[in-house]
Design a protein around this ligand. Structure first.
Ligand code: NAD
Ligand code: TYD
Length: 332
């Protein structure tokens, strides 16, 4: 299969491209703006099977260049993805997540692309105290990030109803694993713990997330790409839920630290209390999560410990400035 994977140089996109090249022998074109979160290093082990086009999804000429003579499908991961950054600067989220998705959809229609998969998030459903969201749950967004993702999902569905484009949407729960930019909870806490820096826990630390190992999400997306019904949404949720403080304590234990590194800090505005995703529909396509949280976290901590080449340049660049501005303390 020939795939256009937009946002394929980021965390989930690069793990997905790795699976498609190694397990499916696909030819992949990656279109990526290479923002702070996108890095060619994330794809450097994949050689000639991947062509990287640097460009924004909201640029029609770059999208046309990436489609070239045609692709069998577009899988769109490209997005601004960090809730905290969406609170301090929401414009980029609308530009990339909403307008960028529109430009991609339009290009898919013009070039007769057979299938369009939009990668979305459980955050479009908002927070749930008990039980789990299904694909029928209403979209009740809380942050500019989740609002922009929900806006894109609505556009994607409109392209099926209005133009007959074969679209499917995959909504994942919180992912973790190798190559995740350390602004997100797990890699941030792992790297801080490895450096003896404080671990900044928002609020009371009792917010709950539904953790999904990134390779399991990739396998779910491949199931939807191959077997999903056009026009449908598929939730892909992780097998385990835990509070943030449980995650942090486990990371401290795995890195040989004690709890004196925990620092409770001011809560995120509009902080969603709990995410939980029911995944019956994608299970009916034959998908099942293979990696439980305890094992996935061990693999993730080991990866960060063994791959300083990957995170050292990040910790000395834009990330350091972001961190110091956001948390008001310096990184060790
Ligand atoms: P990420 O921030 O690691 O990667 C995003 C990628 O998109 C980067 O490579 C970046 O350079 C690229 N990008 C950003 N703006 C672009 C633009 N205008 N044009 C082209 N490329 C652009 O994010 P991620 O965690 O890998 O998330 C990927 C997708 O999965 C997103 O759509 C996100 O909403 C969704 N998602 C993420 C999670 C999660 O827990 N991380 C969970 C569910 C869904
Ligand atoms: P995050 O990784 O930003 O993902 P999301 O907000 O999209 O779920 O955050 C996961 C949880 O961790 C969330 O409840 C916020 C919390 N958190 C902290 O407590 N401290 C931090 O420094 C960060 C980045 C997140």
């Amino acid at each position: 299969m020939k795939l256009l994977v937009s946002g394929g140089a980021g965390f989930i996109g690069s793990n997905f491209v790795r699976q498609r090249v190694n397990d499916h022998r696909d030819e992949v074109v990656v279109l990526d703006k290479l923002t702070y979160a996108g890095r060619p290093e994330n794809l450097q082990d994949l050689g000639d099977a991947v062509t990287l086009v640097q460009g924004a999804i909201e640029d029609p000429a770059k999208v046309a260049q990436a489609i070239g003579d045609g692709v069998d499908a577009i899988v769109n991961f490209a997005a601004e993805t960090h809730v905290d950054r969406s609170i301090s600067g929401p414009e980029a989220f609308v530009e990339t997540n909403v307008r960028g998705s529109l430009v991609l959809l339009e290009a898919a229609r013009e070039h007769g692309v057979g299938r369009y998969v939009q990668i979305s998030t459980d955050e479009v459903y908002g927070s749930i105290e008990e039980g789990s969201f299904t694909e029928e749950s209403p979209l009740v967004t809380s942050s500019p990030y989740s609002a922009s993702k929900a806006g894109a999902d609505l556009l994607v569905q409109s392209y099926l109803h209005t133009y007959g484009l074969e679209t499917v949407i995959c909504r994942g729960s919180n992912n973790y694993g190798p190559y995740q930019y350390p602004e997100k909870l797990i890699p941030l806490m792992v790297l801080n713990a490895l450096h003896g820096d404080k671990l900044p826990v928002y609020g009371d630390g009792l917010n709950v997330r539904n953790w999904l190992f990134v390779e399991d999400f990739g396998r779910g997306i491949s199931h939807v790409l191959a077997h999903g019904t056009p026009g449908e949404v598929y939730n892909v949720g992780g097998p385990d839920e835990c509070t943030n403080i449980e995650v942090v304590r486990e990371i401290l234990a795995q890195t040989g630290n004690d709890e004196s590194l925990i620092e409770y800090v001011t809560d995120r505005p509009g902080h969603d209390r709990r995410y939980s995703l029911g995944s019956e529909k994608v299970r009916a396509l034959g998908w099942e999560a293979q990696v439980r949280f305890a094992e996935g976290l061990r693999r993730t901590v080991a990866w960060y410990r063994d791959n300083a080449w990957w995170w050292e340049p990040i910790r000395s660049g834009e990330y350091r400035e972001y961190y110091e501005r956001h948390y008001g303390r310096s990184l060790g």
